[in-house]
Design a protein around this ligand. Structure first.
Ligand SMILES: Cc1cc2nc3c(=O)[nH]c(=O)nc-3n(C[C@H](O)[C@H](O)[C@H](O)COP(=O)(O)O)c2cc1C
Length: 204
């Protein structure tokens, strides 16, 4: 009887460990893919999501907060070590900070506290939001991506803009970081809850 009980406990532990492996150690495939295949524990299916964002003047911040509230995600703000002033953001000025940074693909504006997300390991999907600057993502987004390890996760770009699409930004990010998996990006100038839910549900 005792032996049977021990065997049952051992079997349960083995099943538990396998599920845990899927949840915590998916390597060449994302955890979402891994878990979808293996119909395992609740914990395994329960993917945690993080919404990160940089916002110079508040528009992307509002969009990020709304997005996080709709999809039930945690929030992380990418705060520049040196905040952008109105003069810094003047795109008509060839010598403004934003113009200089965007003309230099190697520029990596510093992020307050280094930009490393604590406990990043617990997240499988990470949304990265930003304002479109000169048709693409501000270079502080490069600083952020390079400060963290997104292996095994899905990065989902979103942006706000004065009208430009997010397409060039997505193209540039995918080309700069081919080792990472990117989900479909979305411009969130106007937020429609049903639309956002559909987009988020299709992330894979
Ligand atoms: C330096 C700079 C460049 C910009 N370039 C573009 C652009 O190429 N296309 C566009 O539609 N909007 C552009 N914008 C407008 C911003 O994308 C838009 O106002 C955005 O919503 C601001 O977001 P934020 O308040 O989170 O910083 C630019 C703004 C700045 C400051």
């Amino acid at each position: 009887m005792k032996k049977i009980a021990i065997l049952v406990i051992l079997a349960a532990m083995t099943i538990g460990a396998t599920a845990q492996d899927c949840c915590s150690k998916a390597k060449n495939e994302t955890k979402k893919d891994c878990c979808a295949k293996s119909s395992e524990t609740k914990q395994c299916k329960n993917m945690k999501t993080l919404v990160t964002y940089f916002s110079a003047s508040g528009v992307t911040r509002s969009a990020a907060k709304e997005l996080a509230s709709i999809i039930g995600a945690d929030l992380f703000e990418i705060t520049p070590e040196k905040l952008y002033t109105d003069a810094d953001l003047n795109w008509r000025d060839k010598k403004s900070r934003s113009t200089i940074e965007m003309n230099d693909k190697t520029s990596r504006p510093a992020i307050k506290d280094g930009g490393k997300v604590k406990n990043l390991a617990q997240y499988e999907v990470v949304y990265v939001g930003f304002p479109i600057w000169w048709y693409t993502a501000p270079t502080i987004i490069n600083t952020f991506i390079e400060a963290n390890d997104f292996a095994g996760k899905i990065i989902v770009p979103f942006a706000t803009s004065g009208g430009s699409s997010i397409d060039q930004a997505c193209k540039d990010l995918k080309a700069a970081y081919p080792k990472y998996k990117f989900g479909e990006g979305k411009l969130l100038n106007r937020i429609n809850k049903a639309d956002v839910e559909k987009w988020a549900a299709a992330v894979k």
